[in-house]
Design a protein around this ligand. Sequence first.
Ligand code: TYD
Length: 137
Amino acid sequence: MKTIKNCKLLNLHEIGDYRGKLIALEEIKDYPFKAKRIYYIYGCENNIRRGYHSHKRTDQLLICVNGSCKIYLDDGMNKEDVLLDNKSIGLIVGRDVWHEMYDFSKDCVLLVLASELYNESDYIRNYEDFLKYLRNK
Ligand code: TYD
């Protein structure tokens, strides 16, 4: 993964034995914030694209716990597409990163841990406003 500001891929520690596998995530220790909110996205058609926003203060950890999808990231300078198709890989999408989710497999379940409660005023949903916000920071 190229350098996108506030973004990082995490290798999540898999605990496995003959019974199957388990991944445990502890705030701060395993991901760099405390999660106040958890949500998951599923049942997406392959040809739809979601997201189209950045956050002013929310940091998030995305894990594709089933199937696959792609995440487009743009920090105002660099842009990158990341494929999430592995349950033991997490993607930190920090604040101030424009992101879009697409190319969902039919069985995709995208789990998201978020550092803040849902608050629409934390969103920037217009790309020009996003660039303006970064310039004025
Ligand atoms: P939206 O931001 O459009 O989703 P995406 O980022 O996947 O494109 O959110 C869809 C709807 O769900 C919208 O009405 C806001 C609501 N919502 C909540 O109520 N709580 C949440 O934590 C999230 C992420 C969305």
